[in-house]
Write a protein that binds this ligand. Structure first.
Ligand SMILES: [Ca+2]
Ligand SMILES: [Ca+2]
Length: 287
C-alpha cells in the first residue's frame, strides 16, 4: 500500500495490526514490513530533536549562568578596587600628616640638634588645650643645688679647692650669689665637717669675724654669734686673729663641734660658701 503522510500511515498501521491479530493472512506480511521498520526511525528523530533542544537549553543555561557569575565577580572585584583605593588614600593622608609633624618637630628642635624641652613644646601645640602647660613640666625643682654644691637642710654648700684670704673668699662666694658659710646648729656643723677632707692642717674659712669690734663675733649677714663650735682654748686672738676657719686634721680624736679657730684674715685658706634655696640671707658686713 502507498504511504503518504504520517497520520495515514499510523492509522493504517493500527488497522493492519488489528487485522493481523484477528485474521492472520500471509498476504499482508509483505506491505507491513516497511511500516514496522519506519517506526523506530521516527522515534529516533524525535529523540534527536529533544536531545538537541535539551542541549541548546543546557548551553543557554550555562551561558546565562556564566554571564551572571562573571557579572557578580566583576562587581566584587569593583568593590575590592574601591576598598583598596580608599585604603591607599587613607595611607597617603597619614603619610602627609606624619611628614608635616616631622617637619614641625625638626623646625622646633633646630634641625634635630636638641631634644627634650623642645619636644614638649611641639606636643603642646598639637595636643590642644587639654595638654599640661609646658611651664608646669619645666618648673624649677626647689631643692636642686648647682653642680659641685652640696644640699643640706635647704641650703647649698660649696667647698673650694683653691685657697684665698678671708676677704677674697667672701667676695668669691658673693660672686656666686652666696656668702661664706653661716653655721648655726651642731647638725649643720657636723654635716660640713663630714664633707671636709682630712689633712695635716686642713682649714676652711667660714663667714664670721670680730674685725669691727674685738671679741664681738658677727656673721656676714649681720647677725651675732649665738652657738659656737670653738676648739678648746679658742678664740684667743693670738696674733691679731679676726677671722674664723674650721680645721680638720689627721687626728681622729678631733670632733666637729670643737673645730673652730680664730686666725689672721690674710692667711690663705680654702673656704666654704653657702646659698639658701629661698635666698633669705644677705651679706651685711663688708670687710
Ligand atoms: Ca679677734
Ligand atoms: Ca686663734
Amino acid at each position: 500500500m502507498p504511504s503518504s503522510g504520517s497520520d495515514g500511515m499510523f492509522c493504517r498501521l493500527v488497522d493492519e495490526e488489528d487485522e493481523l491479530d484477528h485474521s492472520p493472512d500471509v498476504q499482508f506480511n509483505a506491505p507491513l514490513r516497511p511500516l514496522m521498520t519506519s517506526g523506530p526511525g521516527r522515534y529516533r528523530l524525535a529523540t534527536i530533536c529533544l536531545t538537541t533542544m535539551c542541549g541548546i537549553l543546557l548551553i543557554s543555561i550555562i551561558a546565562i549562568s556564566a554571564h551572571y557569575k562573571g557579572k557578580a565577580a566583576g562587581g566584587a572585584a569593583a568593590q575590592d578596587v574601591d576598598a583598596m583605593s580608599a585604603t591607599i588614600s587613607k595611607l597617603q593622608q597619614e603619610k602627609a600628616d606624619l611628614q608635616s609633624e616631622l617637619a614641625a618637630r625638626t623646625a622646633a628642635t633646630g634641625g634635630g640638634r636638641h631634644t627634650g624641652p623642645a619636644d614638649v613644646t611641639v606636643e603642646v601645640k598639637q595636643s590642644g588645650p587639654k595638654t599640661v602647660a609646658p611651664t608646669t613640666r619645666v618648673a624649677p625643682t626647689p631643692f636642686l643645688c648647682p653642680m659641685e654644691w652640696l644640699l643640706f637642710n635647704g641650703s647649698c654648700y660649696y667647698i673650694s679647692r683653691v685657697s684665698r684670704d678671708w676677704p677674697e673668699s667672701k667676695s668669691f662666694c658673693e660672686s656666686k650669689g652666696a656668702h661664706l658659710a653661716i653655721v648655726i646648729t651642731a647638725e649643720e656643723q657636723t654635716f660640713l665637717w663630714d664633707q671636709l677632707p682630712r689633712g695635716h692642717w686642713n682649714a676652711f674659712w667660714i663667714g664670721i669675724t670680730d674685725g669691727h669690734t674685738e671679741d664681738q663675733w658677727i656673721w656676714v649677714d649681720g647677725t651675732p654669734l649665738i652657738s659656737s663650735f670653738w676648739e678648746e682654748g679658742e678664740p684667743n686672738n693670738h696674733i691679731d686673729e679676726d677671722c674664723v676657719y674650721i680645721v680638720k686634721t689627721q687626728v681622729l680624736e678631733r670632733v666637729a663641734v670643737r673645730s673652730w679657730y680664730d686666725a689672721p684674715c690674710d692667711m690663705y685658706r680654702r673656704f666654704i660658701c653657702e646659698k639658701e634655696m629661698g635666698g633669705a640671707r644677705s651679706t651685711a658686713l663688708p670687710h
